[in-house]
Design a protein around this ligand. Structure first.
Ligand code: GDP
Ligand code: IMO
Ligand code: MG
Length: 422
């Protein structure tokens, strides 16, 4: 934790690395936890004291009752989904309004953005991105084309602004010949969500965060998605639509680059990807099935199978560079507990050409592996590094040497308590 700075905790592969769990573990050390990008396409799981929550738009710092949580200007918010998520927390006894501040500059996801998301995917046919269907792409596109609506817009003359944008969307949908949809009920809930949002502090979070930093307070920026899904640096066009990398923290919260402190890069002891797009380490065999089964690799938002494979050093090295990662966090090591051997992708190969640099087009590349011995020991009850079997220590040391960044935290189970800080 750095006083007067924003530390960032970022997924550095294809998302679902366990960001929610670690943000929850880190929160006691920080004053503010803030989301800077993405929206309800995220699904961040937090498990403690026999309870499980999956957060989409609300930061994972919300369970520590004395901390401020911020949904920053770089985020996109769907009022109906926000309401459902927030009410679940309220029902569980968490008071939100004094602690959850939402940027007036964050963009609104309209019901018709979600229809557009489906329409654009349908039009792409076999090249579809496999989006979460939450309207993320259309909302960020409209932000860039300067036609979107922001949270602050709900405070004044909203009905007219909403109607105008909805009409525009209907026109686009007609032009796409995509007219078989009915959002009547969805829109009713959405409008209820807008009323509900009005009861929250809708603020200039950029000013609030910078004031807190001047007072020496500490901020944790919670990433969503992962570097390989970043709109600029991911496997375009099979990506999400925001900047998920550390640069996105600056634009998505309104903080200057010199205010960034530690950059925690979080990854799993293996790889997963949900949705379409190149994934050189993907395993189509029973090893892949075994990882999926033991790791429970089914999407937290859509329930889809996550594609599974071995850890990818090409992607990790690239992400470490792009983000300026200062510390690594390795999750779900326990999932590999029963494997006799473990592989690591050290390079990509295509047409006899090998590379360790992330290629422009990751399509068609094969992974080149190095094999390491498995530890074949149950890690889930371990509470300190001293208890680790030698083969697991060797796996950690190998990755640290290859990545040139220390792995300072290891997670050996989904519970808050199953976290080992080295
Ligand atoms: P996020 O999107 O990065 O917050 O990650 P998700 O919540 O989508 O996916 C991570 C999944 O792994 C969740 O179901 C977590 O409960 C679970 N999880 C997190 N850490 C561990 C771990 O160390 N071991 C195991 N077995 N599961 C974990
Ligand atoms: P968290 O924060 C994993 C993927 C989708 C799809 C692509 C684009 O839980 O790690 P979108 O709906 O954003 O337009 O979909 O990005 N995707 C994620 N994959 N974890 C996520 O979030 C994701 N958010 C989006 O599956 O391939
Ligand atoms: Mg997730």
């Amino acid at each position: 934790m750095s006083k007067g700075k924003v530390d960032a905790l970022l997924g550095i592969v294809f998302g679902d690395e366990g960001k929610g769990k670690v943000v929850d573990v880190f929160t006691p050390k920080y004053d503010i936890v803030a989301r800077f990008a993405g929206g309800p396409n995220a699904g961040h799981t937090i498990i403690f004291e026999g309870k499980k929550f999956v957060l989409r738009s609300i930061p994972s710092g919300i369970f520590a009752e004395d901390k401020i949580n911020i949904i920053g200007n770089g985020c996109v918010v769907a009022p109906d989904l926000f309401m459902a998520e927030a009410k679940e927390l309220e029902d569980a006894g968490y008071e939100l309004r004094s602690r959850l501040h939402i940027s007036k500059r964050a963009h609104l996801i309209l019901p018709t953005h979600r229809v557009l998301d489906r329409a654009y995917e349908a039009a792409k046919g076999k090249n579809k991105v496999g989006t979460t269907g939450k309207g993320i792409g259309p909302t960020y596109s409209e932000k860039a084309s300067r036609t979107g609506l922001r949270i602050g817009d709900i405070l004044e003359n909203f009905d007219a602004k909403y109607a105008a944008l909805k009409t525009r969307h209907e026109e686009i949908l007609r032009n796409l010949n995509y007219t078989d949809y009915d959002i009547t009920e969805e829109e009713r809930l959405w409008m209820e969500g807008v009323e509900y949002l009005r009861t929250f502090p809708l603020t200039d979070t950029e000013i609030e965060i910078n004031r807190a930093l001047r007072e020496g307070k500490s901020v944790l920026a919670e990433g969503a998605q992962g570097t390989m899904l970043d709109i600029d640096h991911g496997t375009y066009p099979f990506v999400s639509s925001s900047n998920t990398v550390s640069g996105g923290v600056c634009t998505g919260l309104g903080v200057a680059p010199n205010k960034i402190g530690e950059v925690f890069g979080i990854f799993k002891a293996y790889s997963t990807r949900v949705g379409s797009g190149p994934f050189p380490v993907e395993l189509f065999d029973e090893t892949g099935d075994k990882i999926r089964q033991i790791g429970n690799e089914y999407g937290a938002v859509t329930g889809r199978n996550r594609r599974c494979g071995w850890v990818d050093l090409v992607a990790l090295r690239y992400a470490i560079t792009i983000n300026g990662v200062t510390q690594l966090i390795m999750m779900k090591s326990d999932v590999l507990d029963t494997f006799k051997t473990i592989k690591v992708c050290v390079a990509y190969e295509k047409d006899g050409v090998k590379t360790t640099d992330m290629p422009f087009d990751t399509e068609g590349w094969q992974a080149v592996y190095k094999e390491l011995p498995g530890w074949q020991t149950d890690l889930t009850e371990m509470t300190s590094e001293a208890q680790f079997p030698q083969a697991f220590k060797d796996y950690i040391a190998y990755l640290e040497r290859a990545l040139e960044v220390p792995i300072t935290i290891l997670s050996v189970g989904p519970d808050r308590a199953q976290t080992i800080i080295r």
